[in-house]
Design a protein around this ligand. Structure first.
Ligand code: SIN
Length: 198
């Protein structure tokens, strides 16, 4: 059935980490990546598909003190912000039931800097499926919130953490979106601001 003819979706149910694994394993587990999970999928997955999340925008509004910055000099990474007309494009990974517990444990650890699991409805080219993603909501200890893009660029330009330079995160994200054939003005404008002046 075409996506537009389906019922409105009830988006964004928070899921407690470590609590819903059995529920996830009853159905195929689809994990939506919109940030580093787009280009660094270092967990066992069976299938990867372009997918979109309606009602959320991707924003560099989360501080990273453990991957792309340090507690003294945090970097900026993306999170999802509820925005009614927005649609965040990314990729979803199907996880075999036998791997689900291990993958969720691994991602809970990787995304421990303020991200929680969120149960979502994902749009694929051929319809909708339930999935989950990691979202850092307002109020978590590393939440920075909005800032002018040139201020975000200045922070990204100088930050570096155990996973590498913050600049690399932005460039890899922009490259991954281009590979998917998808745009995101917030990401591409930030990438442009970070390009060295001639
Ligand atoms: C994601 O990639 O989907 C979550 C945010 C991040 O780790 O960059």
């Amino acid at each position: 059935m075409p996506i537009d003819q389906e019922m409105p979706i009830d988006q964004g149910i928070p899921m407690e980490k470590g609590m819903a694994d059995q529920e996830c394993m009853a159905a195929p587990l689809w994990i939506f990546g919109y940030g580093s999970l787009l280009w660094r999928a270092d967990f066992p997955w069976a299938e990867r598909r372009p997918a979109s999340l309606r009602g959320f925008a991707r924003r560099f509004w989360q501080a990273s003190t453990d991957h792309r910055g340090t507690p003294d000099a945090p970097g900026r990474v993306v999170t999802l912000v509820e925005e009614a007309p927005a649609c965040c494009h990314g990729a979803a990974y199907r996880i075999e039931a036998s791997d689900a517990g291990q993958v969720l444990d691994q991602l809970d650890h990787r995304e421990r800097g303020g991200y929680d699991r969120l149960s979502i409805d994902l749009e694929f080219e051929d319809g909708r499926r339930e999935g989950l993603t990691y979202r850092a909501s307002a109020g978590n200890r590393n939440y920075l919130g909005p800032a002018p893009l040139d201020e975000i660029a200045a922070q990204v330009r100088t930050a570096r953490g155990p996973s590498g330079h913050n600049l690399e995160y932005v460039v890899r994200l922009a490259d991954a979106l281009r590979d998917l054939g998808r745009g995101d003005p917030h990401v591409f404008e930030l990438e442009r601001l970070l390009q060295p002046a001639d």
